[in-house]
Design a protein around this ligand. Structure first.
Ligand SMILES: Cc1ncc(COP(=O)(O)OP(=O)(O)O)c(N)n1
Ligand SMILES: Cc1ncsc1CCOP(=O)(O)O
Ligand SMILES: [Mg+2]
Length: 207
């Protein structure tokens, strides 16, 4: 069973140029399946400026960029897709806006029902979480490895695990069948820097 790293940006990027250097180093350090641009409480203009700078760093390395929450900004900025939660633009509307070629993922918390709905509607992946307490997001819903095991056993649509995942605690999620591990703090806040954080995930995930 193999899981891939799904990297998400920190929620604020006060220095986009500096972030792009860290990002390039992180993407060059080991395999990263995709990047999600997830800026919170940030003006649309700043999101678009960040996307403009980040997109070439990703595309030069063959890494798709997904926009969090906002299919409209995903289109304006040329992102490859978007991620929508249960309080964001509904999946069907995001798909209508972005078209059949976009990669669109949906938050399903700990819900088999939400995941089946999203999978049947055509989502490219379903995301379960939070599996561990997260220092990045106050998340009231906690998810169990059983939902991952069940999904991986029954369904073909890929599943993402998110929430407090680190190089040290991810093994049960990998074993349960998570196709992707979505991570923020364990890479950007890694003590030896983001590139070392990606290398540390690579060491665990290829094991
Ligand atoms: C891959 C992935 N999974 C879940 C989320 C969370 O989405 P959402 O519930 O809409 O919460 P916010 O990220 O918008 O705070 C995600 N972004 N990515
Ligand atoms: C966006 C999101 N959704 C559920 S937990 C979470 C935050 C994940 O960040 P971290 O990997 O730092 O816990
Ligand atoms: Mg959201």
């Amino acid at each position: 069973m193999a899981s891939e790293l799904y990297l998400i940006t920190p929620p604020r990027l006060p220095d986009v140029a500096a972030f792009c250097e860290d990002l390039a180093a992180a993407l060059d350090a080991g395999p990263v399946a995709c990047l999600q641009l997830r800026l919170k409480d940030v003006e649309d203009d700043a999101i678009l400026r960040a996307a403009d700078a980040i997109l070439p760093v990703c595309h030069q390395r063959g890494v798709p960029l997904l926009m969090n929450d906002r299919p409209d900004l995903a289109i304006t900025s040329g992102c490859d897709g978007c991620h929508v939660g249960q309080s964001d633009t509904p999946y069907a509307q995001a798909r209508k806006l972005m078209g059949p070629g976009a990669q669109i993922g949906v938050t399903c918390k700990n819900s088999r029902h939400l995941a089946m709905e999203a999978g049947e509607a055509g989502a490219d992946y379903v995301a379960f979480g939070a599996f561990f307490p997260s220092s990045t997001k106050d998340e009231t819903t906690m998810a169990s490895v059983e939902v991952l095991e069940w999904w991986a056993e029954m369904m073909t649509v890929p599943c993402v695990a998110i929430g407090g995942i680190t190089q040290q605690n991810c093994a049960p999620l990998v074993e349960a069948g998570a196709d992707f591990l979505a991570v923020i703090n364990a890479v950007w806040g890694y003590p030896d820097g983001p590139a070392a954080g990606v290398r540390a995930f690579e060491a665990v995930l290829k094991g």
